[in-house]
Design a protein around this ligand. Structure first.
Ligand code: NAD
Ligand code: K
Ligand code: MN
Length: 358
């Protein structure tokens, strides 16, 4: 029997609650399938670890998870540690060195869930946002001088490289090509950002020539927010820079019903390093410890993990279980307007996994 080694990094806040639920569901799936199992190693990295050791993860942390088949991540961020420390010390400290340059964020309206958009019920909104995940606005380059003085200067420099843009464009065009509509929207801001984003546009056009069967268009990021709300049915696959896609994908998640549902995969497509799967949401300070965090974003991320591991049947089984559960309003958590608790949703998904017919 195949055993997949999973590194579970729950991190902070509701990350610990939803990852625990995700691990339960993964074991249930493996039990139902019978052909594979999971060895889950837990890593207690995050803000509590930081308060004890002054770092978010150990110096050799990446070596400890380097050989795992995949990483299941929760969230990094606590009320009493600055966000730039938690983000750079844990999530980006894994994503960037492991070259997880393709961040894939599917969005659709699951059965039983209501979009805040009037007249949008399902098939009008079925997107995948591809976020460049290794450079751009989050390159980490910049500085701050004359702190507190009137002449203080601070910069965060956005850096795009030809190699980085070519690989994310090729990834996005290939993904668009694999979907029925074969449609890609390239998000840009090349009217204002006249160096890096102009190169971004030029490379998009170059890579498009390799994919003659994919229809593509270009959209300024500000106009894109409007299009997502007003004409959601005109979009399918979307590619954007690190910051633009970060913002657009939270909007996408809200339009599909809740931030708590949305999944993401941080992929190293070459498989030199493990890829990382996580809900797109953060620590959700306002609901920590209440037992009401929506675990669906983590379950859907586990679906993406199973696809990546090469277990498509298990991935389909889990997605079907998720959809049967969201279809039943008794299992809606408060973010969806219901009263269900994390544990009830988790139990319902596990029941559904066992009840599913082959
Ligand atoms: P957030 O995603 O934590 O929360 C935004 C809102 O959505 C809150 O009202 C929250 O209750 C709600 N929400 C989020 N996930 C939910 C879920 N599963 N179920 C029900 N409701 C849910 O965003 P924020 O408030 O901007 O950030 C809080 C902290 O999380 C910050 O420290 C931030 O840096 C961090 N963060 C981390 C990540 C990550 O690790 N990938 C992502 C986003 C934010
Ligand atoms: K997260
Ligand atoms: Mn975000």
């Amino acid at each position: 029997m195949k055993t997949y080694a999973i590194a579970a990094i729950p991190g902070d806040g509701i990350g610990t609650e939803v990852v625990a639920a995700g691990v339960e569901v993964l074991h249930a799936l493996a039990g139902r399938d019978g052909n594979f199992k999971f060895r889950v190693d837990h890593f207690d990295w995050g803000s509590a670890y930081y308060k004890k050791h002054g770092i978010m993860m150990p110096e050799d942390g990446r070596d400890q998870i380097r050989k795992h088949d995949a990483i299941l991540f929760g969230s990094a961020g606590a009320p009493d540690v600055p966000d730039h420390i938690t983000l750079w010390g844990l999530r980006l400290a894994i994503c960037q060195p492991f070259d997880q340059y393709a961040n894939v964020r599917p969005t659709r309206i699951l059965p039983g869930i209501t979009s805040p958009l009037r007249n949008v019920h399902g098939k009008e909104l079925d997107w995948v946002i591809v976020r460049e995940n290794s450079e751009g606005e989050y390159a980490g380059v910049g500085g701050r001088v004359h702190k507190g003085l009137p002449l203080e200067v601070a910069t965060d420099v956005s850096i795009l490289t030809r190699a980085g843009v070519e690989r994310i464009m090729r990834f996005a065009f290939r993904l668009a090509q694999s979907r029925p509509r074969k449609l890609l929207t390239v998000v840009t801001k090349s009217n204002a950002q006249r160096h890096a984003m102009v190169m971004w546009d030029e490379i998009a056009a170059e890579i498009a020539a390799e994919f003659s069967d994919v229809a593509w268009d270009k959209m300024l990021v500000d106009a894109m927010t409007m299009r997502m709300v007003m004409k959601p049915e005109t979009l399918d696959t979307v590619v954007a820079t690190n910051l633009h896609a970060d913002i657009l994908s939270d909007l996408a998640a809200a339009l599909a019903g809740s931030l708590g549902i949305a999944p993401t995969a941080n992929l190293n497509p070459e498989r030199t390093y493990p890829s990382m799967f996580e809900p797109i949401h953060g620590s959700a300070f306002d609901i920590i410890g209440k037992g009401i965090a929506n675990p669906i974003g983590t379950f859907w991320s586990a679906v993406m993990m199973l696809e990546h591991l090469g277990e498509p049947a298990a991935a389909t089984r889990l997605m079907q279980a998720i959809e049967r559960v969201t279809a039943d309003k008794r299992f809606h958590t408060p973010d969806l307007g219901g009263k269900a608790r994390t544990a009830e949703v988790t139990a319902a998904v596990m029941d559904s996994i066992y009840g599913a017919n082959d």
